[in-house]
Write a protein that binds this ligand. Structure first.
Ligand code: PMP
Length: 431
């Protein structure tokens, strides 16, 4: 495959844009370097780069693109919004309509507020939880990503009873010391953290089904215990559903798992491909937010008609009968095909899959937490990623990310992908 135009654009980008990319995960750093491919257009399950190469897309823009690229219903909604003016700085009917839709789908959202990114949504839930409880500290789980606000760019200390340290330059030690990080799926570690810090904890931040070290489901009973123990300690439970809301069913992972948090942060899919974030939860907690309460949060672009229209249109598509069954069926075909090819070429892999989202880990051990994902083979993944890219199959350039299917992928796309995976594994087995 020829990547000349991407190479030239990347060179130019590096002169003007820091690192040549506007989000670090788009660089190929996670796969040992290389030239990120510049895309030009997308339609359905495919996107096309500036050299005219076609790819089957499993990146899904890191999650938002679940109905495929340029879905006509969403495109029409965005066009109509643009024709009527993209921003007024006043409330609109669309915001009411979309808020009602979200509340109907996810009953724990008694009140919501729209923002512009997942980062903003999570950051605000933490502020509101602190306002409500009058406490400062939060607990999060190792390897989970919650956006780039200071408070969540904190690395684990040496154990569940130790405070965190900054995970990014520019995050102060004082901020890091407000965060305790424990391993996911380890209830004993969670109890230990609460024993030390329970009466200072404002909230626990949870990806109820993890998407950020691959797809990892909670062990039976884990999240219920987290809920119960946190409430006993006087803290709140915040679900970060930025990836999971509307990914596995029409609703959140909380509907899927049958557990309700006090607050939820969302983003990605609910914007139908335009910038969005939203948070919401129990009415007594949400009433802490300005203008009703003392916790401040605002946004010039928040609830803008284009994002609202795209989000409403996207949920209208997802509400159609059989959508998630279809994603599950395609996901299952893909999983089976990849496993078969791995067996044929004697490659050790594990696949974690839920419906239309899966992760292929190069390891022979089941992955249930960050440590497991970290210990999977990154070099093999990098070779796999590049072998697939060269056959027109586009994954996220990191061993920690998921493959996301869309409603537009077909059985034929899956078959083409499995054939490419077979060839990639053949190459890997010769390394
Ligand atoms: N939370 C989770 C679980 C995420 O996966 C992400 C982004 N990948 C975020 C928050 C941040 O969202 P955004 O990139 O829209 O700021």
């Amino acid at each position: 495959m020829n990547f000349t135009n991407s190479e030239n654009l990347y060179k130019e980008a590096c002169e003007h844009i820091v690192g040549g990319v506007n989000s670090p995960s788009r660089s190929f750093k996670g796969v040992g370097g290389g030239i990120p491919v510049f895309m030009e257009k997308g339609k359905g399950a495919y996107f096309y780069d500036v050299d005219g190469n076609r790819y089957i897309d499993y990146l899904g823009a890191y999650g938002p693109i679940i109905t495929g690229h340029a879905h006509p219903h969403i495109t029409q909604a965005i066009t109509k919004a643009a024709e009527n003016g993209t921003l007024y700085g006043t409330p609109t009917k669309l915001e009411n309509q979309f808020a009602k839709m979200l509340k109907e789908a996810i009953p724990s959202l008694e009140k919501v507020r729209f923002v512009n990114s997942g980062t903003e949504a999570v950051m605000t839930t933490i502020r509101v939880a602190r306002a409500y409880t009058g406490r400062d500290k939060i607990i999060k789980f190792a390897g989970c990503y919650h956006g780039h606000s200071d408070l969540v760019l904190v690395a684990a200390g040496s154990g569940p009873s130790t405070l965190g340290s900054p995970d990014s330059a520019g995050v102060t030690k004082n901020i890091a010391e407000e965060v305790i990080t424990v391993p996911f799926n380890d209830i004993e570690a969670y109890k230990e953290a609460l024993q030390h810090w329970g009466d200072e904890i404002a909230a626990v931040l949870v990806e109820p089904i993890v998407g950020n070290f691959g797809i990892v489901e909670p062990k039976e009973g884990f999240l219920q215990q987290v809920n119960d123990l946190t409430h006993e300690a006087g803290g709140l439970v915040i679900y970060d559903e930025v990836i999971t809301a509307f990914r596995f069913m029409y609703g959140g992972a909380q509907n899927y798992l049958g557990i309700e948090p006090d607050m939820t942060a969302m983003g990605k899919i609910i914007g139908g491909g335009l910038p969005i974030g939203a948070y919401g939860g129990r009415v007594d907690i949400m009433e802490e937010v300005a203008p009703l309460g003392p916790a401040y949060q605002a946004g010039t672009m928040s609830g803008n008609p284009a994002s609202m229209s795209a989000g409403i249109a996207c949920l209208e598509v997802l509400r159609e009968e059989g959508i998630y069954e279809r994603l599950d069926k395609l996901g299952s075909l893909l999983e089976e095909g990849i496993l078969k090819a791995a067996e044929k070429h004697n490659i050790s892999i594990q696949i974690n899959r839920l419906k239309g989202a899966l992760t292929v880990y190069f390891t022979d051990k089941k992955v249930t937490n960050y440590e497991g994902a970290e210990n999977s083979d990154g070099e093999l993944f990098a070779s796999f990623f590049k072998a697939l890219l060269n056959q027109g199959i586009n994954l996220a350039p990191s061993k920690y990310e998921a493959w996301f299917l869309t409603t537009e992928h077909t059985k034929e796309d899956i078959e083409e992908t499995i054939a490419a995976v077979d060839q990639a594994f053949e190459k890997l087995s010769a390394l």
